[in-house]
Design a protein around this ligand. Structure first.
Ligand SMILES: Nc1ncnc2c1ncn2[C@@H]1O[C@H](COP(=O)(O)OP(=O)(O)O)[C@@H](O)[C@H]1O
Ligand SMILES: [Mg+2]
Length: 291
């Protein structure tokens, strides 16, 4: 989730729960905007797309990081994105989430929501959740408190303090705990979790907000083989209920989870197809796989 979106109310709640250490995260306190209540409308997917990019370009100091990029994702799809370092994968996610504005092109969420007309915070509320590579959980809160915090509204400090989970939210929290394999760790401090567990917790925090589209940037980097296998299981569970865009370099992980793989290179789509298809593509072998 976007570190810039940290909500003051959530921060105060965290400080209240653990006054000795207000808001320590691995990212040095630039933690995520989990305090934001998501009020989503319906996303119109009657045209068969949850996300649609057409001819998107962005330059940084004259360098075209994204170059006429066109791509679309179906509702419930789990799309894998691969490509060499510097291909523009993270920049593409920055554009979808409103962190970076493209110089030109079209970016739609469903067929009616023009994402280029929305700010980063609005896009999160519309139902696009983002997971950065580094885990950004609240280290001095428990697993439960982290998930609870993800539901809190930004209605102000007092409302946040008075916040109590209703039964539907409690059920959801229990369900998410099972999904992310942390039910047995509900009372543990997030700071004491393994790297993989922190990653799952952050995914759980996103799930508490029931995003329609989840963007995950290198989610298994640094995980053990067992954690990677469990993450693959988790993503397969999420597929169908959410649409997912997953950037990864781990080919065995991609093999386990992928249907369609998109290969990005030099800011645009180089190839797309099943993993077997793109792995057999000479151009892909040359720029990426053959290194
Ligand atoms: N804010 C920025 N300012 C300048 N250059 C950037 C910025 N963001 C990304 N880039 C450049 O754009 C290219 C694509 O980067 P990135 O999207 O991070 O690639 P990937 O995630 O595929 O490795 C890289 O050459 C990177 O240096
Ligand atoms: Mg990247």
């Amino acid at each position: 989730m976007t570190p810039d979106l940290m909500d003051a109310g959530a921060e105060r709640v965290a400080r209240h729960l653990h006054p000795e250490n207000p808001l320590h995260t691995e990212s040095g306190g630039r933690a995520a905007g989990f305090g934001r209540h998501v009020e989503q409308g319906e996303v119109d997917v009657t045209h068969g797309r949850i996300l649609y990019l057409e001819d998107v370009s962005v330059s940084f100091d004259g360098f075209k990081a994204i170059n006429k990029l066109s791509l679309d994702i179906a509702p419930g799809e789990l799309r894998c994105i691969i490509g060499p370092n510097g291909a523009g994968k993270t920049t593409m996610m920055d554009i979808i989430t409103g962190k970076t504005r493209p110089d030109e092109g079209t970016v739609f969420f469903g067929s009616t929501i023009d994402l280029l007309r929305h700010k980063e915070a609005d896009i999160a509320q519309l139902g696009i959740g983002r997971k950065f590579q580094k885990p950004t959980v609240f280290e001095h809160l428990t697993v439960f408190e982290n998930l609870e915090l993800a539901l809190k509204t930004n209605k102000g400090v007092k409302a946040s303090m008075m916040f109590r989970l209703d039964s539907a939210q409690s059920d959801r929290l229990a369900e998410v705990l099972e999904t992310i394999h942390l039910a047995a760790s509900v009372s543990r401090m997030a700071g004491n979790l393994s790297h993989g567990q922190k990653q799952w917790l952050e995914i759980g925090m996103l799930l508490m907000q029931d995003p329609k589209l989840l963007l995950l940037d290198e989610p298994v980097a640094g995980m053990t083989d067992e954690e990677t296998a469990r993450t693959a299981e988790l993503f397969l569970t999420l597929k169908g209920q959410h649409s997912l865009m997953v950037v990864e370099h781990d080919m065995s992980f991609i093999k386990t989870i992928s249907d369609i793989v998109t290969v990005l290179c030099d800011g645009s789509v180089l190839a797309q197809g099943t993993l077997d298809e793109v792995q057999a593509d000479e151009r892909v072998i040359e720029v990426y796989l053959g290194r």
